[in-house]
Design a protein around this ligand. Structure first.
Ligand SMILES: Nc1ncnc2c1ncn2[C@@H]1O[C@H](COP(=O)(O)OP(=O)(O)OP(=O)(O)O)[C@@H](O)[C@H]1O
Ligand SMILES: [Mg+2]
Length: 302
């Protein structure tokens, strides 16, 4: 599979606080690529930088340093065309769908923006691919179930036949009964050559649909490998911890992992140093990027 998108040394710093300003490093030197026709999962606990990564890829945030390349081009130089090629699905379809519009208007909106003709057929086709029939065209979001609403959001995301979908926790606001069906859609889209970046806490979702997995901790990519390797033989102690803490919590129960840095942690280049049960004296030294048979791990234990 060839590369569709490259994320190169991406960092994002937010400045917070009105009077005493503080810098939050949401992303630190993050690099990975997404191939044509793959589901690439991005996992990590709350506050690790997953959504910020998605937002930079979607041009909703500008990077502080580093860059994204889409088919070799800078998205910020690609104008409106980029929104045809890359689309988004967010966590809560109740918030992302305009309650005043019906399904036909919602799914047809990107076609209008891009001046596409033959809209009705394209809308029906996109809805069908998302698992909904023509009878939904005139429905309003409030009359749909959570799963149906997310299918409408996916129909809107695919109506322009994009090459990449950034799906930020697309199933975490849904009942268990709807989750599997929504995840299956990303597999179907993959068969049509559409890649997905699946941002999730849910390792079962990763297991079900992804090809490769990137694990983020405190804005740093700590491991990247195939789904099988990450889930069955995780190399980074943080990935091991994540897998042991399955199942993932519901978003409403999650708290961002805000923790004051200890002196020891400040002095260590490793973001997981303070919590790591396996640390050795070498972990205080410069952090090693280890590449083993196509796997990546940012850890001095390897
Ligand atoms: N607009 C912003 N202003 C200030 N800080 C921000 C902003 N957006 C994100 N952050 C901070 O950047 C860090 C990463 O946030 P991000 O939303 O990317 O995490 P996440 O992995 O998506 O978390 P979650 O799983 O809870 O959705 C957090 O510390 C967050 O508080
Ligand atoms: Mg998020």
């Amino acid at each position: 599979m060839s590369e569709l998108l490259k994320v190169e040394h991406l960092s994002k710093v937010f400045t917070v606080g009105l009077f005493s300003k503080r810098h939050v490093w949401a992303l630190k030197d993050l690099s990975f690529d997404v191939k044509h026709g793959e589901v690439f999962a991005l996992v990590g606990e709350s506050g690790s930088g997953k959504s910020t990564t998605g937002k930079v890829i979607l041009r909703l945030e500008k990077p502080t340093s580093g860059r994204v390349l889409f088919e070799g081009k800078d998205p910020f130089q690609m104008g409106k065309e980029y929104t045809r090629l890359v689309s988004a699905v967010f966590q809560d379809p109740r918030a992302s769908l305009n309650p005043r519009m019906n399904v036909e208007e919602i799914v047809g909106e990107p076609l209008l923006v891009h001046g596409e003709k033959g809209s009705k057929d394209k809308i029906v086709d996109a809805l069908k691919k998302a698992g909904l029939g023509e009878e939904f065209l005139k429905a309003k979001p409030e009359n749909l179930s959570g799963g149906q609403r997310q299918r409408v959001a996916i129909a809107r995301a695919i109506v322009l036949k994009p090459k990449l979908i950034v799906a930020d926790e697309p199933t975490s606001s849904l009942d268990m009964s709807h989750r599997a069906g929504i995840l299956e859609l990303f597999l179907k889209l993959k068969q049509e050559g559409i890649s997905t970046i699946l941002i999730t806490h849910d390792l079962r979702a990763v297991e079900r649909v992804s090809d490769r997995v990137g694990v983020i901790y405190r804005g740093m990519l700590v491991e990247l490998s195939s789904k099988e390797e990450v889930l069955k033989d995780p190399l980074h102690p943080y990935t091991q911890y994540l897998i042991n803490s399955m199942p993932a919590k519901h978003p409403a129960e999650r708290k961002e992992h805000v923790q004051e840095l200890t002196q020891e942690e400040v002095q260590s280049p490793c973001p997981f140093f303070a919590q790591c049960p396996k640390k050795i004296p070498e972990c205080r030294g410069e952090l090693k990027e280890v590449r083993l048979n196509g796997r990546f791990v940012l850890c001095n234990l390897h």
